[in-house]
Ligand binder design. Structure first.
Ligand SMILES: [Zn+2]
Length: 556
């Protein structure tokens, strides 16, 4: 009796579930479907949006209550429009299905990492690679997407809608759209002062309206990309290029190390209290620029910007591919140029130079150095090698360095930062910086080894910084104007060989004095040209960090 009862219960439950599934979910109309689904999004998938909206606008007053109510209506209408504007009922279901999955991802990354779903983020999504995706995957995310994404996406197809001819359907939808917009717009007029503040002062909030923000960002990105001058000839802003120094007996070698996600705040050379640069601190000839701001807060913006002749304020990432860049000028001047990549690609910068992709080897950044001693010995002409590091790319910091470089312990050993303490996250991140320190020092030692044969300069700069949980924000990619300083302040350092100091007639200690001034990624293009003893039509001596320290010659 007892056993029968136990086995009968799950059976009847499964039968009931199956019947329930077959019966579907009743719904009175398309309009009810659209507003029902969008209400679920607004209530369950928009925690971040409501947190930020409340933080920005809430104060205990009747006016504030009215504003929040009106914002709720407005957001609800905007979300419902995503579905109501679908041309057919099938398209509406498909859109709802897809949006549930997109919204599930969005909700996860916004609440766990404080991510924002703007155009830059969509660009990162489009430009990502399997390694990066793998780095973000974890069981939590899988469960989250299965329950809040896949399951509702399937349920959407079980909603039973009454048969109505398309003319009547269209009529009802039109009435609903007009009425809903009317109410939403009336609410905006009634609270116009609050809305003015909200839209002007708190722009990032709108990038968290899930999943509208992702759709708007993606559409904007694709629309912007379409009119790109795909087949038009490249614009060469550089014009005539000339050497600024007499030919030398020794070839010149420049190492340009483009770091990844290293923030200035954690560099010992810039005053950080932990020994994250134990090796570089011992090397003479290193100048660290302690006040350097980045061009963007993501790789996709900063890397092309670094190699562009345009300053940050004029640089447009969509148009970067229309121009020849710094590497083109170096090639034109007769340099041998090579791009080595252990990151997610050169973002178009290395399109016309030789490149080696180390990404598939899944090695640490020293994988790019293995052949250097031999390669350097064979160099017989002026050469530039760019190293695009994996650096401190999150969230899986502990995967960026070999175990023996785990100086700071305990380190977060997960890509789910929310499961680690602040101290563990900082430890893991500092280990990545200490490892980068080792890689840079190794490169300098290799250049020193061949100093009798080559004059050399190493320039290291990170593409952007990183948030490590300050104010609940992790990773990077915030809109520039609103990003915290830690995402925009990056390490920059220059090392010159003794042979180069003599060759360029650099005044001792001059660079160290300059290194305290505020500089930025804008200086990179001109500093590299200057260091290579070159000048072209867009070269600006004021943005060349080395030029001012040359005695006599080296520009006017
Ligand atoms: Zn980056």
């Amino acid at each position: 009796m007892q056993t029968q009862h136990v086995s009968a219960a799950p059976l009847s439950l499964s039968v009931r579930l199956r019947e329930r599934w077959a019966a579907g979910i009743p719904c009175s109309s398309d309009v009810a479907f659209a507003f029902g689904v969008s209400f679920i999004w607004l209530a369950l998938y928009n925690v971040r949006f409501w947190e930020l909206s409340a933080a920005a606008m809430w104060h205990p007053s009747a006016g504030s209550v009215l504003f929040m109510a009106s914002l709720f209506v407005l957001a609800w209408v905007v979300l419902a429009l995503l579905l109501l504007l679908s041309p057919t009922r099938w398209a509406m279901r498909a859109a709802a299905s897809l949006m549930f999955v997109i919204a599930a991802f969005g909700a996860y990354f916004m609440s766990e990492y404080g991510a924002i779903m703007n155009q830059e983020m969509m660009r990162n999504v489009l430009q990502t690679d399997p390694a990066e995706v793998g780095g973000l995957m974890n069981a939590d995310l899988g469960l989250h997407v299965a329950l809040l994404g896949i399951l509702p996406a399937l349920l959407v197809w079980r909603v039973r809608l009454p048969e109505v001819n398309w003319r009547a359907q269209l009529g009802r939808r039109a009435i609903a759209i007009v009425a809903a917009l009317g109410v939403a717009v009336a609410g905006m007029f009634a609270n116009s002062a609050d809305y003015a503040t909200f839209f002007r002062e708190h722009k990032p909030v709108r990038y968290t309206l899930n999943p509208v923000a992702q759709v708007v960002g993606m559409v904007g990105l694709l629309a912007g990309g379409r009119d790109s001058r795909a087949n038009a000839p490249l614009i060469d802003p550089a014009g005539k290029i000339e050497r600024t120094a007499a030919a030398s007996a020794k070839p010149l070698v420049l190492f340009l190390v483009v770091g990844e996600t290293a923030r200035a705040a954690n560099f010992q050379l810039g005053g950080y209290g932990r020994e994250t640069n134990p090796e570089l601190a011992q090397i003479s000839g290193v100048t660290y620029f302690s006040n350097t701001s980045s061009c963007g807060t993501s790789t996709a913006i900063s890397v092309p910007c670094l190699f562009s002749h345009l300053p940050r304020t004029e640089f447009k990432v969509d148009e970067a591919g229309n121009y020849k860049n710094l590497l083109d000028s170096l090639v034109r001047a007769g340099f041998d140029v090579q791009w080595r990549d252990n990151n997610s690609g050169c973002k178009g910068v290395c399109a016309r130079v030789s490149s080696i992709d180390y990404g598939q080897q899944h090695g640490f950044d020293d994988v790019m150095l293995a052949d250097l001693p031999e390669t350097l010995r064979k160099i017989d002409r002026d050469t530039v090698i760019v190293f695009h590091q994996q650096g401190s790319h999150g969230p899986f910091y502990s995967e960026r360095y070999p175990r023996q470089f785990e100086r700071f312990q305990p380190a977060c050993r997960s890509n789910q930062l929310q499961h680690c303490s602040q101290r563990e996250i900082t430890n893991a991140y500092d280990n990545t910086i200490a490892y980068t320190d080792h890689v840079l020092a190794s490169q300098i030692r290799m250049l020193r080894e061949v100093s009798s044969q080559l004059d050399s300069v190493l320039i290291y700069v990170s593409d952007h910084g990183e948030s490590l949980g300050e104010n609940g924000i992790y990773l990077h990619g915030m809109p520039y104007a609103f990003a915290p300083a830690v995402q925009k302040q990056v390490p920059l350092l220059i090392w010159t060989s003794e042979g180069y100091v003599r060759r360029a007639q650099l005044q001792p200690d001059c660079l160290r004095t300059e290194a305290k001034l505020p500089v930025s990624h804008d200086f990179f293009y001109h500093t590299v040209l200057g260091a290579a003893e070159l000048r072209n039509q867009v070269y600006d001596r004021r943005l060349d960090l080395i030029a001012g320290c040359r005695r006599g010659g080296g520009g006017e």
